[in-house]
Write a protein that binds this ligand. Sequence first.
Ligand code: ZN
Length: 347
Amino acid sequence: MTILKTLTQLPGIPGHESKVKAFIKEELIKENAEILEDNLGSLIAKKGTQGPKIMLAGHMDEIGLIISSITNEGFIKFQTVGGWFSQVMLAQLWDIHTDKGIIIGVTGIKPPHLIPLDQRSKAIPMDDLFIDIGVASKEEALEKGIQIGQMITPHNDYYELANTNYHLAKAFDNRVGSYVVLEAFKRAEPKQAQLYATFTVQEEVGLRGAKTTSYIVEPDLAISVDTGVGNDVPKGDKNEQSLGKGPQIYLFDRTTIGHPKLRRHLLNLANTHDIPTQQPFIKQGGTDAGNMHLAHRGAPAVSLGIPTRYMHSHYSMIHTEDVENAIKLLVAFINTCDQNTLINIKK
Ligand SMILES: [Zn+2]
């Protein structure tokens, strides 16, 4: 889990994933993996020499911000990259990644004393938000190294909580998916299949790295590993969406309809290995599988989710047993997959 912790703490918004990529590449080099790359920044590691091509993908990017302008008074205005909700951004700390190092800022917000009563229940528009880095002017901000176009990520730490199976950090979406794919690659021993473990860029802005990497791999079977909604909270709906109840084998999301026979095959394997699973319907959003199953002539695909509370905010929460079970399921799949498996799934 030290690797998972490191992965979540690295900064890497869409189009700025180089630090995450460098770390994963080091891990793959230690494994003597055969490594391929696309031209956008994605990584592909290959294992196995014969049989159907199984493509796994875990996107490396996290949602974040880019500096769009600096006011004359030295406040930072920004463009969101990926799906943010303005309410979770208020009064939070941020890391601004400059050439001179990290500068910390806070999303400034009016004190309640200055907000008229009738406006206090309303969501604050994104355009009204700004980051205060504690300087007196634009000149001072520039002098400290601030420039438009720089990446901004949540500033926080990694926590193991009261029950140490529950972990809290930024960017579990999707460093936990990258971690699962990396661990599955390390542990798997494909005998009659070829494994392509892919670490994609720019998922949060439209599954872009999944598109280019799928054209390189030309998968026969495709599985994306991403975060799924964990909604077992007060006023939530814990049906199929609980932390600690197993990885989620998606039935449906906005970009992919889980391939029925691939899903069934994974569910059977999970049963055989006593791995709990959940089967959510995701009405909003999608995963890399959305582009993985559409390259060339197409491939049966499914999304595997790690249930996650508070996605797309500074702090997201996962359960470590779900992570371990997702890895076990993938390893079981890869190690037993052969040409007959592919024929049966496609039949
Ligand atoms: Zn994601």
